[in-house]
Design a protein around this ligand. Structure first.
Ligand code: GLY
Length: 379
């Protein structure tokens, strides 16, 4: 694990306040360096004197648990539910054990659940909260960059089935999300890189200024500098909020957020959800989508720019065992596929994407072998 490269400075905590309006209300959002402290009063008010369930992992709890003490002092009772890190926790059996423990602890319809961890903890926790007693309120305190910039916002919750990531779930928006970039100082560099891939995804299609900022500040961002990360997380959140408010349940526009995810999910599944982090798979997925875009004469300037930027990420190599047929089969099973076929998000140019579903199996097949052999080499 990284030593904090940038130890907590004497700078005061700061938080940008945002909100995401959705069909059932709104999510209150705090983003910034030290954003947890200024959010605690509001979170304590939301919890009131109710039962509080905290879903976390042993590592996050050990590193940061004491920061939440004020909330526990307020709650009638606090039950800390620990699950293992990563995708393995997003499992129906794990969810069942959590519901049993919440029932045994006297959980009620107005009990509160707080997720305190990365994207997997948030996805699982949102799912558990969304189904428990037909839905209880929850809040997200994401502790990874990927969860801060993307997964914690927008109400997508899910567990996995074998070979099919996120395929059982529901939309259930959190009441509050707190993205404190000081919590990122203990993250390994690979985790920061994975989160930055999701930032690049949004920046390329939604926020050109953010793309320039990532290009300029990549080194400090990869080092976990809380001050440099704060505006990046805030800009990503703003971009995502705008899209989700327009299309909360992914009827159309929200699909742009799936740039890189069609091949990305297939790579993750083919690699057994272990050899590649989600964000790393998305980075490779974006490279594949750029190939498809170039084959249609799209993204002439953007493609080399993104290839250059992702080339500086020092991604782990693609696992050698990945097979063409397996990837094609997995792409067909993608949960984003409709009856009309697989939808591919292709960048058209900086700040603009097209969503197409007329890419044939042959088109994909033609690109897979060269992609696997040299993912960064795009004509
Ligand atoms: N992570 C993509 C979305 O929330 O739509």
């Amino acid at each position: 694990m990284n030593e904090p490269v940038h130890p907590p400075p004497n700078r005061p905590a700061s938080a940008t306040r945002l909100r995401l309006r959705h069909p059932r209300g709104e999510t209150r959002i705090w983003v910034g360096e030290g954003a947890l402290a200024p959010s605690l009063d509001a979170l304590a008010g939301w919890i009131g004197e109710r039962a509080l369930f905290v879903l976390t992992t042993p590592r996050v709890w050990g590193l940061h648990g004491e920061r939440l003490q004020t909330l526990f002092d307020r709650a009638a009772v606090t039950e800390v539910l620990e699950v293992e890190e990563g995708e393995a926790a997003k499992d129906l059996e794990v969810a069942g054990q959590l519901w049993d423990r919440m029932l045994a602890a006297g959980g009620k319809r107005d009990s509160r659940l707080l997720t305190f961890g990365g994207g997997s903890v948030g996805d699982l926790g949102g799912f558990v909260a969304g189904c428990f007693l037909r839905g209880i309120e929850y809040a997200q305190l994401p502790t990874t960059l990927l969860a801060q910039v993307d997964a914690s916002l927008g109400g997508k919750t899910a567990v996995d089935r074998p070979g099919a990531k996120n395929c059982v779930g529901l939309f259930h928006h959190p009441e509050a999300v707190v993205c404190d970039t000081r919590l990122l100082a203990t993250l390994p560099r690979e985790e920061l890189r994975a989160g930055l891939a999701e930032v690049v995804k949004m920046a390329a299609l939604l926020d050109p200024d953010l793309l320039s900022r990532v290009e300029r500040d990549l080194a400090v961002l990869l080092a976990g500098d809380a001050a440099a990360l704060a505006p990046v997380v805030a800009a990503s959140a703003r971009a995502k909020i705008e899209v989700v408010e327009e299309d909360p349940e992914e009827a159309d526009r929200r699909r742009v957020l799936n740039f890189g995810h069609t091949m990305g999910h297939a790579l993750e599944a083919a690699a057994g959800f272990s050899a590649l982090r989600h964000g790393e798979a998305v980075a490779y997925g974006m490279l594949f989508a750029l190939r498809l875009a170039r084959a249609r004469d799209l993204a002439a300037e953007l493609a080399p720019r993104l290839v250059r930027l992702l080339g500086r990420f020092d991604l782990p190599p693609l696992p050698p065992s990945l097979g063409r047929e397996e990837l094609i089969a997995l792409i067909g099973r993608d949960k984003k596929a409709r009856e009309s076929g697989v939808a591919w998000v292709l960048p058209a140019k900086l700040g603009e994407a097209v969503i197409v579903n007329d890419i044939s199996r042959n088109d994909v097949e033609r690109q897979i072998a060269p992609f696997l052999a040299a993912p960064f080499l795009i004509e």
